[in-house]
Write a protein that binds this ligand. Sequence first.
Ligand code: SAM
Length: 280
Amino acid sequence: MLSYRHSFHAGNHADVLKHTVESLILTALMEKEKPFLYLDTHAGAGRYLLSGEHAERTGEYLEGIGRIWQQPDVPELLKPYLSAVRNLNPHGTLKYYPGSPLIARFLLREEDKMELTELHSSDYPLLRTEFSKDSRARVARGDGYQQLKAKLPPLSRRGLILIDPPYELKSDYQDVVKGIQEGHKRFATGVFALWYPVVMRQQIKHMVKDLQATNIRNILQIELAVRPDSDQRGMTASGMIVINPPWKLKAQMEELLPWLHQKLVPAGTGHFSVTQIVPE
Ligand code: SAM
């Protein structure tokens, strides 16, 4: 039984980091004319109502997207992401937050393709309805990890694979590594982007070690913490692990993270980093 609903967390600091990285990778892939596949293994509902009961209850978006979307000094590199947010909120009030599939829908071209998978019985129909008129997208209800075997390699031989599980099950920390191995075996030149929360630092250390032991090359780790690591409950940081990152991504995130950290964490706690954890 799945209990995680992304609607409680949509637009928080972790989404800001994840969707910034997603938008930069998609923008880089679009620098070449050749079409590509966007595969989202854990796609969520697509669109989140920020004035809805779930988002209102936690108010997480107020300390995430709410802190940056109308800043006057927004860096150029954030524009693709923030344009997707503004596209859903054309009247200047932050009503909806676009999840990862809607960021892709806004940025992708006519010839690109989307494969979106969601397992939850409430979120899947919302996602399917959201994309019912988009001929670029195929929406499936199922296990996202299976798609790493079933949908790869793409015909276009180019693509971004976003892996964004809820880590509700402890096994997710191992399943993501197995899934990436399966996917990489089939599509070694693909860009794989894995999101992770830092709740217990030790779990992330293990996961990174397991990834390093796969012998997959060229892995970048990007992290943004709003508080120092802690033994208490709750997420203190989140990160993205990117395999085969576009060559500019490291420098782009080094430029963006100081600004993002300053705006998202006015108290100045936490940290940020961009580290090549496995060389090319
Ligand atoms: N990627 C979305 C975004 O950025 O907007 C958010 C996804 S949310 C963190 C994780 C989603 O994975 C939830 O909607 C949950 O229902 C779904 N989920 C959980 N286990 C899954 C599985 N095995 N396969 C596919 N989806 C799953």
